[in-house]
Design a binder for this molecule. Sequence first.
Ligand SMILES: CC(C)(COP(=O)(O)OP(=O)(O)OC[C@H]1O[C@@H](n2cnc3c(N)ncnc32)[C@H](O)[C@@H]1OP(=O)(O)O)[C@@H](O)C(=O)NCCC(=O)NCCS
Length: 218
Amino acid sequence: MLANSWPLFELSVRTPRLELRLARDDELPELLDVIDRGIHDPATMPFKNPWTDLPRAERERSSLQWWWRQRASWTPQDWTWCGTVFVEGHPIGSQDLMASNFSTSRQVRTGSWLGREYQGRGFGSEMRAAVLHLAFEGLGARTARSGAFLDNLASIGTSRSLGYRDVGRTTALRRGEQAALVIFELDRAEWRERRRDDIEIVGLERCREFFGLAEPDA
Ligand SMILES: CC(C)(COP(=O)(O)OP(=O)(O)OC[C@H]1O[C@@H](n2cnc3c(N)ncnc32)[C@H](O)[C@@H]1OP(=O)(O)O)[C@@H](O)C(=O)NCCC(=O)NCCS
């Protein structure tokens, strides 16, 4: 019923191995459990905002607020689609897609994580391929960007395996110290070379306005 007024709840991207879609509130506790079991070695920090360092109760509240804030603050000019990754109906991680002024920029950014028990099994590449399909095939993006700290070999490996180019370096504060980041970019032609025909997008038509796309072929 909620999807009648908020069709983003019906948008889904499906591959042979997984599905990306917004999680419903009653599914968030299971996603919080995935986070509680661990996303990375505590000795390292893959995120600019070190939210995984927070004590459990605070981290749970801040995670819920993050998901709810992305829904509540959504505008066609500035949006973050929090694609929860489902395998056999259970959440295993998150694959976010973000853009500002997408109707003119046609540029998206991505961010992701998986529960540790699901890492290193190809899900990271599969979920990025799925969200890129949504971005390029579904939304008509021109470029996709992703950044990773230089010591995040799994994230760098994921971007490289999908054909992204290394387009520069920057630094960011990480746990209070400057750390180097690599920026990757993939353009539409590069994506098309690897375009998969086994990824399905469901329920996008009613969401086009949400992404700043008025016309079907805009
Ligand atoms: C980053 C992340 C989503 C990648 O998902 P994943 O399922 O572990 O990655 P995959 O198994 O799909 O591997 C993707 C590629 O990276 C490579 N790779 C994965 N882990 C690696 C590692 N530790 N060292 C080197 N390469 C690695 C794989 O070989 C694969 O490349 P290939 O297709 O050329 O063989 C996941 O590891 C994760 O959640 N990490 C913690 C959170 C995080 O770092 N998020 C990103 C913040 S920028």
